[in-house]
Design a protein around this ligand. Structure first.
Ligand code: KIV
Ligand code: ZN
Length: 386
């Protein structure tokens, strides 16, 4: 049996940090229920200290949602951690996720602390969180731009203090896949007590590499991936969960790991996130875009109609898309048109189909996409002569 990748969903926390993507309490609750259906392992429900509203959202989800671990974010200070626990405590296996930057850029300009102070604060904070729960995650913010030996030192110390998940974020989306994979391998080789914790990654998409970097990390031993639905998140977003999960499933021959995600719920979840946040998904977005399984050219349509796998590496039904995978337009062929017309309930003689096809091409030349209503009108004219 292949090893499992833990899917940590942060749509409700990092996803909500996407400008314009804020969600109210009912919407967050509805989405959390959908994430349980999707079978994510951990739901990061919010950042309780950020506002009374965020606190209530986390509390409500922790109290009522069952079937996934519920996590809440906290900076490395007592007030944040206490507030996170207050919101989480009614939950099933609740996780406190505390974070502190480790890069010199952040230490010098943001925290105004030296490395010894950061190490000490990280250990004290994890120790404080571990008094509440044995499920503690520590994130080294800006880890990919940090001195790797310092991250090793911090991770080893926080494991001893009680952290059970260690997260290595590419906070600024700066890493390259090979480089990121090598860093994960280095951590595993150089942290003596690493086997006591799960190594996680959290990638941002500033250079469009969040999914590629997460996959490289898996290939070098990371066993938790933090991601969001539709790749929502701060700036250019986070690792798109649907992409990562479908790579792991479609290329199981290469990846040699699995997730527990019920992939048939991917598309409905993507639609729900888009509706709730008002952030539309680009048409050519992998897996969940409107065109992800659409075939416009005649050659492709003909191939797919003869045998789906000629141009489809995934079955749309596996991500919850059940209908309408053929788009009719000016590049469409006679075969696709005949099929659509048959599905609409018409059987045409050859000469009728010739006429309809000729008119179809004329109209399609000036229209982007041909809908059933357009075909109805042509059929009325050319065949039924109404
Ligand atoms: O991008 C980041 O570093 C984060 C941490 C809080 C995990 O979102
Ligand atoms: Zn982030």
């Amino acid at each position: 049996m292949s090893e499992k990748i833990i899917i940590f969903d942060t749509t409700l926390r990092d996803g909500e940090q996407s400008p314009g993507a804020s969600m109210n309490m009912q919407e967050k609750f509805r989405l959390a229920q959908q994430l349980v259906k999707l079978k994510v392992d951990v739901i990061e429900a919010g950042f309780p200290v950020a506002s009374p509203g965020d606190f209530e959202c986390v509390r409500n989800i922790a109290e009522h949602v069952r079937g996934a671990q519920i996590a809440a974010l906290a900076r490395c200070n007592v007030k944040d951690i206490d507030r996170a626990w207050e919101a989480l405590k009614a939950g099933e296996n609740p996780r406190i996720h505390t974070f502190l930057a480790t890069s010199d850029i952040h230490l010098q300009h943001k925290l105004k602390m030296n490395r010894d102070q950061v190490l000490e604060l990280a250990v004290a904070s994890v120790r404080h969180a571990a008094k509440y729960t044995s499920n503690v995650e520590f994130s080294a913010e800006d880890a990919s731009r940090s001195d790797l030996d310092f991250v090793c030192k911090v991770f080893a110390a926080v494991i001893d203090a009680g952290a059970t998940t260690l997260n290595f974020p590419d906070t600024t989306g700066y890493a390259l896949p090979d480089e990121f994979g090598r860093k994960i391998a280095y951590l595993i080789e150089n942290i003596p007590n690493i086997h006591k914790a799960v190594l996680s990654v959290h990638c941002h998409n500033d250079l469009g590499l969040a999914v590629a970097n997460s996959l490289a990390a898996i290939n070098h031993g990371a066993r938790q991936v933090e991601s969001t639905i539709n790749g929502l998140g701060e700036r250019a977003g986070n690792t798109a969960m649907e992409e990562l999960v479908m790579v792991v499933r479609t290329r199981a021959d290469q990846m040699l790991v699995h997730t527990d995600i019920v992939t048939e719920h991917i598309y409905p979840t993507s639609r729900l996130v888009s509706t709730i946040t008002g952030m539309s998904v680009q048409a050519n977005k992998a897996i969940v875009g409107a065109n992800a399984f659409a075939h416009e050219s005649g050659i492709h349509q003909d191939g797919v109609l003869k045998e789906r796998t000629t141009y489809e590496i995934m079955n749309p039904a596996d991500v919850g898309i059940s209908t309408g995978n053929i788009v009719l337009g000016k590049h469409s062929g006679r075969h696709a048109l005949k099929d659509r017309i048959a599905a609409m309930g018409y059987t045409l003689k050859d000469d009728e189909l010739d006429r309809v096809f000729a008119r179809f091409k004329e109209v399609a030349d000036v229209k982007k996409e041909m809908f059933d209503e357009d075909l109805e009108a042509i059929l009325m004219d050319e065949v039924l002569r109404i």
